[in-house]
Design a protein around this ligand. Structure first.
Ligand code: SF4
Length: 396
């Protein structure tokens, strides 16, 4: 069945598994609440994404702790007069802060589309009997101001969306104001003026981390620094973190760990990185970072364009889920990084000295040649190039 999503009609890659039927191992699959509760142990260990189908009478409270596990939740509308799934959507978005995809399935009228959106839905299963043209017309006809009476009830969803728009506007404004300024100036302006008390640095304490951290320390050593302690780092990285913190006098380094429940449920044998690295990064990096950034309006990263791949056209200022993300080193060259480290006599990561040009978790990092892509040694031999913290749904 086609889907109405992001203003377009798209094909649905998910398999909707009927009650009592086997869940396919090789495709993203949607199961009902009963199947999830009965087969939870097997389903959390699978290599494919899992979605949940909730009926109007189901309560998400029963599985509140598990909601993060679902990339998608579908809510059904058995009749167009039955609005219980609107309430369910709001509960998921506002009470449980569910950030995955929310999809409406069933009897929804064209003029309910704006209300769906306001309640936090991302997509709608379009009945086969309805032509895409019909729905395209709906999208163009319906502005969000159409149903003003819904505003109060959907306040949190609105706030989130408004915040997202505000961040986009702010990122654009900062780019025009400071886009040509030096990295040191950008770091100073964002920490002391633009986001005073509302900005954090996210650092891997990897091969080149010393550059951004030294710029930050020059401005304010008390700036919060978030380090994702995945439990999989090289011992050298942890030692280097401590060395650099002391050297630069950083006072607020927050080592953020994964949820122990996620680890025991999904990675009991400590091998998820091999079986499903995306999921491993999700529970060890993406979710902990989302929690750690709560309360901040902006974050600084040390990413650079020369690192290649998706970073090739990295802007200095960008918006990320209601926050501004600042990449002050985006246009630096590799030799500029090396010169900065040497000129400021900064400690070097011990592994960087022996051919690790980009350093992440130990199982997923190899030595690389100096002539290749600096991130070649990350998830070598796989298609994966990023851990996901910059691609997570909440980060856009
Ligand atoms: S980099 Fe590897 S070990 Fe680290 S969180 Fe990702 S998959 Fe897991």
């Amino acid at each position: 069945m086609p889907l109405l999503k992001d203003g377009r009609i798209v094909e649905d890659p998910w398999v909707d598994v009927p009650p009592g039927e086997a869940v396919p191992a090789d495709q993203p699959a949607i199961v009902d609440l009963e199947a999830w509760q009965a087969q939870r142990a097997q389903l959390v260990g699978r290599n494919q994404a899992i979605g949940l189908r909730l009926a109007p009478g189901d309560s998400p409270d029963e599985i509140a702790e598990d909601l993060d596990r679902f990339s998608l939740i579908t809510l059904s509308f058995p009749a167009f007069t039955d609005g219980r799934s609107y309430s369910l959507a709001r509960q998921l978005r506002e009470k449980h802060r569910y950030r995955g995809e929310l999809r409406a399935v069933g009897n929804v009228l064209r003029d309910q589309f704006a209300f769906l959106y306001r309640c936090g839905f991302d997509a709608l299963d379009v009945a086969d009997t309805v032509t895409p043209k019909h729905w395209r017309t709906s999208i163009s006809e319906m502005g969000l101001a159409y149903q003003t009476a819904t505003k109060d009830g959907a306040r949190n969803v609105f706030q989130l969306r408004q915040r997202k728009r505000d961040a986009e506007t702010k990122a654009t404004l900062l780019a025009s104001q400071y886009g040509k300024h030096s990295s040191a100036d950008i770091v100073q302006r964002t920490i002391t003026d633009e986001f005073a008390g509302r900005i954090a640095v996210v650092s891997s304490f990897g091969a080149e981390a010393a550059v951004l951290l030294s710029l930050v320390a020059n401005v304010d050593r008390n700036t919060p620094v978030i380090f994702l302690e995945t439990g999989k780092h090289f011992p050298e990285t942890l030692a280097y973190r401590d060395q650099l913190v002391t050297h630069l006098g950083l006072t607020d380094v927050r080592s953020v760990s994964p949820d122990p429940g996620h680890l025991s449920d999904e990675d009991p044998d400590d091998a998820l990185w091999r079986k499903n690295p995306d999921r491993c990064c999700h529970i060890r990096k993406v979710l902990p970072l989302e929690r750690a950034l709560d309360g901040f309006d902006a974050w600084l990263t040390g990413r650079k364009q020369y690192q290649g791949g998706e970073r090739s056209d990295l802007p200095i200022f960008e918006a990320a889920d209601g926050r501004v993300k600042i990449n002050p080193l985006a246009v630096w060259s590799q030799s500029a990084v090396e010169r900065w480290i040497a000129a400021h006599d900064l400690p070097k990561h011990p592994l960087a000295e022996i051919g690790y040009l980009s350093i992440g978790c130990a199982p997923c990092t190899e030595q690389t040649t100096a002539t290749g892509d600096v991130r070649n040694g990350r998830w070598a031999g796989t298609e994966k190039t990023e851990c996901g913290i910059h691609k997570a749904k909440w980060a856009h």
